[in-house]
Design a protein around this ligand. Sequence first.
Ligand code: FRU
Length: 490
Amino acid sequence: MKHTEALLKAEKFQQKMEKIAQNDYWRPQYHIAAPANWINDPNGFCFYKGEYHLFYQYHPYSSQWGPMHWGHVASKDLADWEHRPIALAPTDEYDKDGCFSGSAIEKDGNLYLLYTGHVDLDNSNGGNDRIETQCLAVSHDGLCFDKVENNPVIKSLPENLNIKTEHFRDPKVWKHGDWYYTVVGVQTKEKSGQVVVYKSQDLINWEFLNIMATSSVKENLGFMWECPNFAEVNGHEALILSPQGVKPEGNKFLNLHQSGYFLGKMDYQTGIFHRDSKFDLLDYGFDFYAPQIMQDEKNNRCLMIAWLDMWESNMPEQENHWAGMMSIPRVLEVKDNMIYSKPIEELSKLYKLKIHHEQVIDDVISFDDVNGDCYKLDIDFDLKNAQGFALKLRVSATEETVISYDKDTKKFKLNRDKSGCGVNGEREVYIEPVGEKMNLQIFSDRSSLEIFINDGQHVLSSRIYPSKEAKGIVFIPNGNIKTNVDFYEI
Ligand code: FRU
């Protein structure tokens, strides 16, 4: 089938399903999700012709993962997003089993998408043989995308290096000087994660530069580094990765796969990124994967959006003909040798201050006017005379999602044991209080929570599936806590 025909067919099918999916209570009210059916990674996050664009891995035909298309949304302000026609469909020999993840860049007024063409080989013997190559599509208007004739533009990997060739995906392109560079995720022959870098002057002809960063099996950094990003973050450089298969270390790395970063320095002569920090997570919650960054040159900042889900997790919304959503856009900032992620300020146009409370709490309390399912809750806790606190969100007679902090253990916890349908468990992160104070910014949507601690020093993001009755918010102090509560309705 021709590309345009395949796109129209998918679009029609999606419209049919949309009506059913939209009726689901769990549909996000202010996060990006597809009109219907399955999504995963954010792709092609960019600014083009006056608008921010975001694409995503999309299976328009069912709420399960399947042959990947690229869905598309655009926004003038990163707060209100509009759906655009599906951008890519897997119709060609080199991408017939999926247009996998990739990125976008403007060149000479056109918008280019660099993505992975995925082809499954005969796997009737139970194997997992595949060919992955890097492919290019171009648009003159940011709406219709044509695959270029020269595809695949990156066909192969050098054979004489320690690189396994069948996992070769998720190109993230950027410009430095006169050259375009792309980092691509691969594996070592011993099956540990690494990334390679190519360079080009025209986006069509690419030259292998080097193995940009690698890991050994001894390091517990996973067997494959998916969705690599090179990021410039307020004067620092970072390599952002989504390693598959990192093993739990105590209560860290409990998710099936992780997303995190190394700080370091890119040497453009050799093509080597020199790591100079430990791998740290970008988010400590249950559901955060495959983040993609964009350098927002207009505002001189580095933005990030991630898939707010995790592979192989329960997704009860699948029964209602959709699956998956994106995180809110976040701004990255390096402070004290760590990446902070903060909610972008533009979101403030979506919310209105409903109530402000300033109060010392020394007993369990819930405020009549502080409850709901779509909100931003901004709380300052002064813990000088307290041991810690618990805060229950999305509370009904039988449901609650509990966050808590204890000064002795310094553990900040998120517990989903009673968060509704199909989810459970606990995640935690160590927090050093700033003085005796702690700030939380909590973004709640119908089936998600994103909790930013101390101005984005740490974040915990998770899907939850409470009933629509679960709207209570309960404060449980352990001691006397001076609190400042701003409750915004969204
Ligand atoms: C990451 C990932 C990518 C791949 C895509 C396929 O979540 O596995 O490596 O390109 O999803 O949908």
